[in-house]
Design a protein around this ligand. Structure first.
Ligand SMILES: Nc1ncnc2c1ncn2[C@@H]1O[C@H](COP(=O)(O)OP(=O)(O)OP(=O)(O)O)[C@@H](O)[C@H]1O
Ligand SMILES: [Mg+2]
Length: 528
């Protein structure tokens, strides 16, 4: 009897480790070309440093250094003054994919998945074979721990190549060193641009950057005030899907369904819990572990039919109008700035805030598309612009009333930098590389409202400026004609040409004074 094909296939069927999967699919993590790889490695390390400093309430000072080792090979060093990492955790954090502290915590942070820095280590290993080198220190009384690590990709486990304690003059902090294959280029989507944009939305951070040409750029903090601390929240019933509800019920320590709802969700008090359970025809005394699938379906419907107040919003920390403007002023040389910070909204039970800022005029070219800066949780997004909710909301906004040219479904044209920031517990990225935000209608709506609010103020400024310019042009045309008009009038009236000339000039001086006053007013409004 022939062996069934399924038996043959079974011989090939086995588990794939997540590290092996991403080793082959590095593009999913932002390593699809050498230029982008340089940015991704730096971004993962810097994002972690900023997150760690903020969690420890430390004003961040992050040093980034790129050293060119040979053609297409670079050494990246990122050093922070953060809380450091305890010795035992260092191998897991840097050499195991999907290992981190942020995935299960519902509060705003740059990191999410627990894959960022280990993915950078995986890329280094894949392209140069060199281990990651880490120095980390948690207090002046502790030694600094030094590690050299590889990832055992078959098992997604760390392999320790070297470890030990070393002297390090810093009180605390972490330093990561990686050798990678990459290319360095300034301009759009470059490391330089990412760091500058990071400074705009993180005005409390100082970044010291040394590029491969050994040029140093110091982006000094514009404020000594740390962002408010984000407070973790529990899931909101509106955002929990059936499968998650089932898992929560299975894993719950609560003894009754009433306490399950009150303890494990945000915004569910005894009254709301009772209402949900009544609607689902479930006894408040029933044990969570006894709930069967048909009852979970009833619970899901009952939740949809119950009015529950929106989740608390102290889990998100927007930049704020003033600081966003400070950041923009620091990095974009313009003549008019507007910033908007909207009130919190909710998508799938997850709170979020949209902020927008614009910088108009100055040295920016007027005949090109506006420059769009996109941010999620204070991280600049440099790739996949046209797939991002930020882009969609800009092109869906009508910019003509605000004094800019715009063709259909395109970015407007004008001397303008636009910044759109989404602050959320869970920004919905379209891929693990965290490059673009998904098109949730609730998010796009808020973004458009923020852009319109900023746009209206821009429109007022642009129109006033246009009017003032036209007035000035009229005055200078008149000025050019004064001598000719004066001699014509002198011929007709017989009066002296000089006195006519003089009185016309007096008249002109008065109009100029009036226009100048208008300009001062315009300037004042801009500064307010
Ligand atoms: N410089 C650092 N200082 C202190 N802790 C750090 C530092 N870098 C990483 N960590 C810790 O290591 C964990 C894993 O980092 P990793 O970048 O892999 O994931 P993440 O930041 O949680 O999420 P993401 O995959 O979105 O970046 C973090 O959650 C954090 O707890
Ligand atoms: Mg990270």
């Amino acid at each position: 009897m022939a062996i069934p094909i399924a038996e043959e296939l079974a011989k090939k069927q086995r588990e794939i480790s997540v590290a092996e999967f991403f080793e082959r699919n590095k593009h999913l993590l932002g390593f699809d070309n050498k230029r982008k790889a340089l940015l991704t490695v730096i971004k993962e390390a810097v994002d972690n440093s900023l997150d760690a400093c903020e969690e420890a309430k430390i004003l961040p000072e992050v040093k980034v250094e790129i050293i060119e080792m040979s053609e297409e090979r670079f050494r990246i060093i990122v050093e922070d003054n953060g809380p450091g990492i305890v010795k035992k955790q260092i191998p897991n954090i840097f050499a195991q994919l999907l290992y981190g502290s942020k995935f299960h915590t519902m509060k705003q942070s740059r990191g999410q998945q627990g894959i960022g820095i280990s993915a950078a280590v995986l890329y280094a290993q894949l392209t140069t074979g060199r281990p990651v080198k880490i120095v980390s220190k948690i207090s002046p009384d502790h030694p600094a721990h030094y590690y050299e690590l590889h990832i055992d990709t078959t098992n997604n486990k760390p392999e320790i190549m070297k470890e030990g304690d070393i002297p390090w003059k810093k009180d605390k902090g972490t330093k990561v060193e990686l050798d990678i294959e990459a290319t360095y280029q300034k301009g759009d989507q470059s490391v330089d641009q990412y760091l500058k944009a990071t400074a705009i939305v993180n005005p409390h951070a100082t970044i010291i950057y040394t590029n491969p040409k050994a040029e140093q750029l110091v982006l000094t903090r514009a404020t000594d005030k740390l962002p408010k601390e984000a407070v973790a929240i529990k899931p909101h019933p509106y955002g929990v899907e059936l499968g998650i509800m089932l898992k929560m019920l299975r894993n719950s320590d609560s003894r009754t369904m009433q306490s399950f709802f009150c303890n494990e969700f945000s915004r569910v008090g005894p009254q709301t819990a009772k209402e949900i359970l009544d609607k689902a025809k479930i006894s408040p005394q029933q044990k969570p572990g006894e709930i069967v699938l048909a009852q979970v379906e009833m619970i899901m419907k009952a939740i949809r039919d119950t009015k529950i107040i929106a989740p608390p919003t102290d889990c998100i920390v927007p930049i704020g109008k003033e600081l966003l403007e400070k950041g923009l002023k620091k990095e974009v040389n313009a003549e008019f700035y507007v910033t908007v910070s909207r009130s919190p909204e909710v998508y799938r039970g997850i709170p979020f805030v949209v902020e927008a800022g614009l910088a108009y005029g100055g040295e920016q070219p007027g005949d090109e598309s506006v420059k769009l800066l996109r941010f999620a949780n204070r991280v600049p997004l440099l790739y996949q612009q046209s797939s991002c909710a930020c882009f969609k909301s800009v092109i869906q906004t009508n910019w003509k009333p605000y004094g800019l040219q715009q063709s259909q479904s395109a970015l407007p044209v004008g001397p303008l930098t636009l910044a759109v920031h989404l602050a959320s517990v869970w920004p919905p990225f379209t891929s693990e590389a965290k490059e673009a935000l998904a098109h949730y209608p609730e998010i796009i709506k808020e973004m458009k409202l923020a852009l319109q609010e900023a746009g209206r103020q821009l429109g007022i400024y642009v129109n006033k400026r246009k009017k003032a310019k036209e007035e000035q042009e009229r005055v200078s045309i008149f000025e050019n004609y004064i001598p000719e008009v004066a001699s014509a009038l002198s011929r007709i009236t017989g009066k002296s040409k000089d006195s006519i000339n003089a009185s016309m000039k007096r008249m002109l001086a008065k109009s100029k004074e009036f226009i100048e006053q208008n300009q001062v007013r315009l300037q004042g409004e801009k500064d307010d």
